[in-house]
Design a binder for this molecule. Structure first.
Ligand code: NAP
Length: 293
């Protein structure tokens, strides 16, 4: 049970990939009123139904109508943003999506805003998506609301995305095999988010957490152990340079992003020891991924 000062938590984008894990973690904790903020128009959504059956209140608002957002956020102590732009169209970014949320949160007297970060510690200028998150952070810090940035490295459930192809037993490394890749499972990200509300040092701060801190080769070994077979390894090392300079073979934008993530998912400091639980072993996540493949 919570000894946090907060009672009502609203998760924007709470039926998304990450948002669902965070919503479940708050519901499992059992000590918060949990609201899921979704965009209008209302539509059928299995995850929303499931969260409602576990006790969440589903609220809808048009993000372009401030009064609707303010009304939806009334009574909220903590707003967790797990929104993401539409990855197919990418017409809006994190700044444009979250700015109306911030303005409404301020008016609705929300106390803390946890923005949609949950990734890496990036420097400005490395990627437009990153710059957009940084621009929003600057606005949040000026707003007067409390904030916490939670950085988690790569989602472990996205190891396939970074290059571990379970079906074809083939790993593509966008860096040298000794490159460390910090990763956290979605259920653990949910738990870190919930527990962050009870830890005084998370107020107006960034926390970095990681369920596993292995190298590309070490993850490969785990995949080989779980699948019981030797994998083929392909190295593609200068993707970012080729992409930026249009050099053949020109990589896809997705591979450029994978290379960026591979280069940067390592934290200088880790805050795991501020939390009460031990993250799930990487082998457990890999076993699930292998079963699902
Ligand atoms: N570290 C990693 O490996 C990793 C991997 C993926 C994502 N992430 C990060 O995790 C966060 C969440 O990403 P995700 O992939 O979980 O998100 P997602 O599932 O793609 O989307 C989350 C929710 O955002 C809402 N949404 C979509 N387009 C929107 C728009 N234009 N305006 C307002 N809301 C919109 C939708 O909720 P409704 O339709 O219900 O409103 C959607 O369910 C992001 O910050 C992302 O960068 C990190």
């Amino acid at each position: 049970m919570s000894n946090s000062q907060f009672k009502t938590v609203t998760i924007a984008g709470g039926t998304g990939t990450l948002g669902y894990a965070i919503s479940e973690a708050f519901l499992n904790d059992g000590s918060y009123n949990v609201k899921i903020l979704r965009r209008k128009p209302e539509n059928e959504n299995e995850k929303a139904k499931l969260l409602a059956s576990k006790g969440a209140e589903i609220v809808y608002a048009d993000y372009n109508q401030k009064d609707e957002l303010v009304k939806a956020l009334k009574g909220t102590d903590v707003l967790v943003s797990a929104v993401c732009f539409d990855k197919k169209t990418a017409v809006t970014g994190f700044y444009d999506i979250q700015s109306p949320l911030l303005a409404a949160a301020k008016e609705a007297s929300v106390k803390r805003f946890i923005p949609s970060e949950f990734a890496l510690v990036y420097k400005p200028g490395v990627h437009p998506v990153v710059d957009d998150k940084i621009k929003f952070r600057e606005e949040l810090e000026k707003s007067g609301l409390e904030y916490t940035y939670i950085q988690t490295g790569l989602f472990q459930e996205y190891l396939y995305w970074i290059g571990y192809d379970i079906v074809n037993k083939k790993a593509t490394f966008f860096g040298d095999g000794n490159t460390k890749l910090y990763t956290t499972s979605l259920p653990d990200i949910g738990k870190y988010t919930v527990e962050s509300l009870k830890i005084p040092e998370t107020r107006n701060a960034q926390i970095n957490v990681a369920g596993a801190t292995l190298s590309l080769n070490e993850y490969l070994k785990k995949f080989e152990e779980v699948t019981g077979s030797k994998w083929e390894v392909v190295e593609d090392r200068d993707v970012r340079h080729r992409y930026q300079n249009n050099i053949d073979p020109v990589p896809s934008a997705a591979d450029d992003f994978r290379a960026l993530v591979t280069e940067t998912t390592k934290f200088d400091e880790i805050d795991n020891d501020k939390f009460s639980f031990t993250p799930q072993p990487i082998t457990e996540t890999i076993e699930i991924l292998v079963k699902q493949a």
